[in-house]
Design a protein around this ligand. Structure first.
Ligand SMILES: *Cc1c(COP(=O)(O)O)cnc(C)c1O
Length: 228
């Protein structure tokens, strides 16, 4: 299947899921996750209408962004190590994986040096799996309060990665948890929380039903990944 065809079909499914909730499909941003995908195929996706690209590694993204330039908005969706914060701030338009105060402080410092504002999502750990990154829900409010005081960081919302389940219904509680946390933050901090980034190829329809405003989709657009 061509990338263009896959993209159309993903967009149709997004629209259908949105409309089933009485939501406007244009309020859901599609981030095409292009990790492991070669630059020429990424370009094909952009030519087919992709406006936002997601990468999970700074090093890999760096090569691609140098090759392709700013053909779309680039999002970092994978874990960020502090020693790569400098590059992340130069390369990305949004960092979706902010999950600690020390990383926020490092990004703030680096962004100030670059003289730029950095849009961030706070990644929340909504499951009990040990391996997942993200801030614990009980520490979320405290972290967001700190970020709101930072001059260079622009808090745009929350992100989560649900555990993989063959039965997609089983991921619903994680997405619902993130939405509840968003509502609580809006109430407690009296701020709008614009984005809920949740849902991947296997579960984005459920995520949209639970309020996702951003879905991160790789395989359903680019096909299965081959790790070299
Ligand atoms: C790889 C990845 C995705 C996309 O996963 P698919 O299952 O290929 O759609 C989304 N979010 C993050 C954080 C990822 O690392």
């Amino acid at each position: 299947m061509s990338i263009r065809h896959n993209l159309e079909s993903v967009k149709e499914r997004i629209a259908k899921a949105a409309l089933s909730q009485g939501r406007d499909p244009s309020n859901i941003l599609l981030v095409a996750v292009s990790k492991t995908v070669e630059p020429d195929r990424i370009l094909e996706a952009v030519e087919a209408g992709v406006t936002d690209l997601g990468e999970n590694r700074v090093q890999e993204a760096r090569g691609k962004i140098e090759t392709l330039g700013r053909i779309a908005r680039w999002h970092l969706v994978g874990t960020l190590q502090k020693n790569k914060a400098k590059y992340a701030v130069r390369l990305f338009d949004m960092i979706q994986s902010l999950d600690s105060l020390s990383l926020a402080q490092e990004l703030e410092k680096r962004a100030a040096r670059e003289g730029r504002q950095m849009e961030v999502l706070v990644e929340v750990k909504t499951s009990f799996e040990e391996s997942k990154h993200g801030v614990e829900p009980t520490r979320l409010e405290e972290l967001v309060r700190e970020i709101l005081h930072m001059k260079q960081l622009v808090f745009k919302g929350l992100m989560t990665i649900a555990p993989y389940e063959d039965d997609h219904e089983l991921v619903r509680p994680y997405f619902r948890r993130l939405r509840v946390l968003k509502n609580q933050l809006e109430e407690k901090l009296d701020i709008p929380v614009e984005h809920l980034s949740m849902g991947m190829s296997s579960d984005f329809e459920v995520a949209i039903q639970e309020g996702a405003t951003m879905v991160r989709i790789g395989t359903a657009i680019f096909g299965p990944r081959s790790y070299l």
